[in-house]
Design a binder for this molecule. Structure first.
Ligand code: UDX
Length: 441
């Protein structure tokens, strides 16, 4: 048995492309697999198909070593790999809160047909608890190598914008395994990561699956908790910004994921908490995580409240008003617009008759495709020209650094809504702006 297993990475989206590139940089021979031939061609030619700081440089480096390649062939993958990572997406199912496992099932089925020798298949995708046990059985019954093919679960916790660091030096690793051999293979596949002293928790398959959704639920809960406090602040004249700061000094609480504002979006937190609640109901323990529906509700209300407050700022009606929307991505340092609070707010304002002009440093192409009804500009000052109100929706550094005086010169009216508590309210007010934010007097 070789020390350095040869790796395949099935699915080259956010998670898979990052994993494949980082593992090759760390010295492994890696074959990336995707059914999308165009994506495969772009990656082979050195182009990362999404925005992620630092990743394009690492892709170039990995391709130069000759250790990384991408293909559309499952047969090649089956012949090449000792350890196969499943990194395909599990989006929300249409018309349901449940996770859509189509891609997971399809990729494992396709791979299984080509597994003729002993191999380990490792799930990284976020799945409903119980999926791994089902996939293990699928592999055992359909792979030519039969029960010489094992399944392990190794959930991924990477954050967009920090994907490289989170892959190379994660806070922890979780290995869900059913045999000593699987654990040994996983340790061999992550030797350079573990050598840095990264803690590893070895457990069973179902606990490993649960760690991921439990972590994301906790993070979503923390964000919605402070946003619920913002609702109370709005009713009482208190300031949620000060409240959050004061809470954060308590080391038991901490300040991370306690930033109030427009709330969470993206391809993970919203759909993961819904799928978790749905799965718990299927298991007959829905009540245990019933609060997650409330967490989702608090989060959705922040978007609606933002629209209300912008309308209020405009004197009760936005019809015919020019709105400068700063931000489209679900968070800064990303071009991801999945379930993005920013675009949700922008399109709701447009549906009320506002003339909405959007600018985002990275997500313009994605936003244009998804929301052709909105107008797009070339920069913050460009969209702010003659605006009746400026609405900050994604806290990019370049928006934080806007000089209130410079923006005052181009707008029609000095009204700003800070959806992310990203601006220095005193400085904006001093420059003659009417400043409003969620949960602040
Ligand atoms: C998240 C998890 O952090 C990651 O571990 C998991 O693997 C995937 O889901 P990501 O979706 O990249 O990662 O975004 P994250 O940085 O967690 O932010 C999620 C959302 O919460 C963003 O919309 C962000 O704006 C919002 N947020 C975050 C807040 O509103 N307040 C906060 O205090 C923190």
């Amino acid at each position: 048995m070789n020390d350095r297993p040869r790796l395949t990475v099935i699915g080259t989206g956010y998670l898979g492309a990052t994993h494949a590139i980082c593992m090759a940089v760390m010295g492994y021979d890696v074959l990336g697999v995707d059914v999308d031939a165009e994506k495969v061609a772009r990656l082979n030619s050195g182009e990362v198909p999404f925005f992620e700081p630092g990743l394009p440089e690492l892709l170039t480096k990995a391709l130069e070593t000759g250790r990384l390649r991408f293909t559309t062939s499952y047969r090649e993958a089956g012949e090449f790999g000792d350890v196969h990572f499943i990194c395909v997406g599990t989006p929300q199912r249409r018309g349901s809160e449940a996770a859509d496992l189509t891609y997971v099932d399809a990729s494992v089925t396709a791979l299984a047909a080509h597994l003729h020798r002993r191999a380990l298949v490792v799930g990284k995708s976020t799945v409903p608890v119980g999926t791994a046990a089902r996939l293990a059985e699928l592999l055992r019954t359909t792979a030519p190598a039969g029960d010489r093919v094992e399944l392990a679960w190794n959930p991924e916790f990477l954050r967009e914008g920090f994907a490289v660091d989170d892959t190379m030096k994660p806070d922890r690793m979780v290995f869900g395994v059913t045999s000593a051999w699987s654990e040994e293979r996983l340790r061999a596949a992550f030797a350079p990561v573990l050598a840095q002293g990264v803690p590893v928790k070895v457990t069973d398959l179902q606990t490993a699956e649960l760690v991921k959704v439990a972590a994301n639920s906790f993070l979503a809960t923390k964000i919605s908790y402070i946003n619920a406090m913002a609702e109370i602040c709005e009713a009482t004249g208190a300031d949620v910004h000060d409240l959050a700061e004061a809470l954060a000094y308590d080391e038991r609480i901490g300040g991370k994921f306690l930033r109030p504002g427009l709330g969470f979006g993206g391809g993970c937190l919203p759909k993961d908490i819904r799928a978790f609640a749905h799965r718990a109901e299927e298991l007959g323990v829905g009540q245990a995580v019933g609060f997650l529906r409330e967490i989702d509700g608090i989060n959705r209300r922040r978007r609606a409240r933002t629209v209300e407050l912008v309308v209020e700022l405009c004197g009760g009606d936005v019809a015919g008003k020019k709105v400068a929307a700063l931000g489209a991505a679900f968070k800064p340092n990303s071009d991801d617009i999945r379930d993005a609070p920013a675009l949700d707010v922008a399109s709701k304002l447009a549906s009320l008759g506002a003339d909405v002009h959007v600018f985002d440093p990275a997500a313009m192409d994605n936003a244009r495709k998804a929301h052709p009804e909105l107008s797009y500009g070339t920069g913050a000052l460009d969209v702010a020209r003659d605006a009746d109100v400026v609405v900050l929706l994604t806290e990019w550094t370049e928006f934080r650094e806007i000089a209130p005086g410079a923006m005052a010169e181009v707008v029609a009216a000095r009204r700003i809504f800070d959806g992310r508590h990203a601006l220095d309210s005193a400085a904006w007010r001093a420059a003659g702006w009417e400043y409003k934010a969620l949960g602040r007097p």
